[in-house]
Design a protein around this ligand. Structure first.
Ligand SMILES: [Zn+2]
Length: 231
C-alpha cells in the first residue's frame, strides 16, 4: 500500500520537477544558465545533485526541494527528463560556440531544454504501462491474501473507472521508484494519459495531480480487486 504522507511529498517533488524544467528552459534562453564550465560528469543523475547544491539559492523557491531532499529530488528530476523527453540535437541552431559548450549529460539536456520533444508512447510503452497496472493490482490482492490470475486483473481493467484508478495507483508506485532513480521510460507517460487524458485521447485541461487522488484510487482499486477476485 502507498503511504499518504510520503505520496504527498512525492507529488510535491513531481510538481517541483515540472516547474524547475520550465525555469531551466527560460534561464537557458535568457543565458542565465551558461555552458562555459566543463563538467566531468558521466551520467545525468550523477550530475544533477552537485549542480543543484551549487545553484540552490538561485533556484526559484517553488521549484526547489527542501535541502534534505536534494538527493531524492535529483533522481526525481533526472528520471522526469529521461522518462518524458527525447533529446533532439539541433546542430546549427546552437547559439553557444562549440568550444564553450560543456558536453556532460546535464549540460547536453539543459542546452536543449527549450526544444525538448515529448517521447512517443509506442505500443511497447503501452504494454509496459499495462503490466505496471496489473502489477499494482496483483500487489494489492497479495496484501489481502488473495491470489488473482493476471487474466482476471486484465479483465477488470477493461472497465474505464478501474483503468483510471489502476493508472493512478501505478503512477504512485512509479513516483516511489523514481525517488530511487529507477527509470520506467515512456510507459509512465502512458500511465499519465490513463488518468489525465479523456477517453477520446485528449488532455483534460483541468486535471491537477494530487496525492489524495492517488490514495483514493488505490482504495477503490483494492475494493474492485477483492470483489472481482474468485475467493
Ligand atoms: Zn556540464
Amino acid at each position: 500500500m502507498l503511504d499518504a504522507a510520503n505520496m504527498q511529498r512525492l507529488v510535491d517533488m513531481q510538481h517541483r520537477s515540472y516547474r524547475l524544467l520550465k525555469w531551466v528552459s527560460q534561464a537557458v534562453t535568457s543565458q542565465f544558465i551558461r555552458f562555459d564550465t566543463a563538467h566531468q560528469y558521466t551520467t545525468l543523475p550523477e550530475a544533477t545533485e552537485p549542480w543543484m547544491v551549487e545553484h540552490y539559492s538561485n533556484l526559484p523557491v517553488n521549484a526547489r526541494p527542501d535541502r534534505q531532499d536534494l538527493k531524492a529530488f535529483s533522481h526525481f528530476f533526472s528520471t522526469y527528463l529521461s522518462n518524458s523527453f527525447d533529446l533532439v540535437a539541433k546542430p546549427g541552431k546552437q547559439r553557444y560556440s562549440p568550444g564553450a559548450h560543456c558536453f556532460c549529460p546535464m549540460c547536453s539536456w539543459f542546452v536543449e531544454a527549450p526544444h525538448l520533444k515529448t517521447k512517443k508512447v509506442d505500443s511497447r510503452a503501452k504494454r509496459r504501462a499495462q503490466t505496471m497496472r496489473v502489477n499494482v493490482m496483483a500487489g494489492l490482492a497479495v496484501e489481502r491474501h488473495r491470489s488473482v490470475p493476471d487474466s482476471v486483473l486484465e479483465g477488470l481493467l477493461k472497465q474505464r473507472s478501474t483503468f483510471v484508478d489502476a493508472s493512478l495507483a501505478a503512477y504512485g508506485v512509479d513516483l516511489m521508484e523514481r525517488e530511487l532513480g529507477i527509470v520506467n521510460g515512456p510507459a509512465v507517460l502512458a500511465l499519465w494519459r490513463g488518468f489525465a487524458w479523456n477517453e477520446l485521447g485528449s488532455p483534460n485541461p483541468r486535471f491537477q495531480l494530487s496525492a489524495a487522488a492517488i490514495m483514493d484510487a488505490q482504495s477503490r482499486l483494492l475494493e474492485s480487486v477483492v470483489n472481482g477476485a474468485p475467493s
